[in-house]
Design a binder for this molecule. Structure first.
Ligand SMILES: [Zn+2]
Length: 95
């Protein structure tokens, strides 16, 4: 996978994040930080945890463009159950 380009886009319609992949090009991940602040996943998470969850999810799309939404969702949930604080900070610092 080419290194993804990560940017903040607070105008994403209804989404916490998106990933655009074009074969041969760097994937482009957009994160709606404003939406995370307004709704860190129904208060289940802190803001940092919510951003780390979205980053894990979008990075998975970038790495596996053909993986289904359902699989990405499941794998992200699994990873988030055992993620460390250091990993969370590392993901959040990429944004
Ligand atoms: Zn997705």
């Amino acid at each position: 996978m080419k290194k993804p380009i990560i940017k903040v886009n607070n105008r994403l319609k209804g989404d916490w994040g998106t990933t655009d992949t074009t074969p041969g090009k760097r994937p482009v991940i957009q994160i709606n930080v404003k939406k995370h602040k307004a709704d860190p996943f129904k208060k289940r998470y802190t803001l940092k945890q919510a951003l780390a969850d979205t980053m894990t999810h979008e990075l998975m799309h970038a790495k596996h463009p053909r993986m289904t939404e359902k699989s990405v969702y499941k794998k992200t949930a699994k990873k988030m159950r055992s993620i460390s604080k250091a990993e969370i900070n590392k993901l959040v610092n990429k944004i």
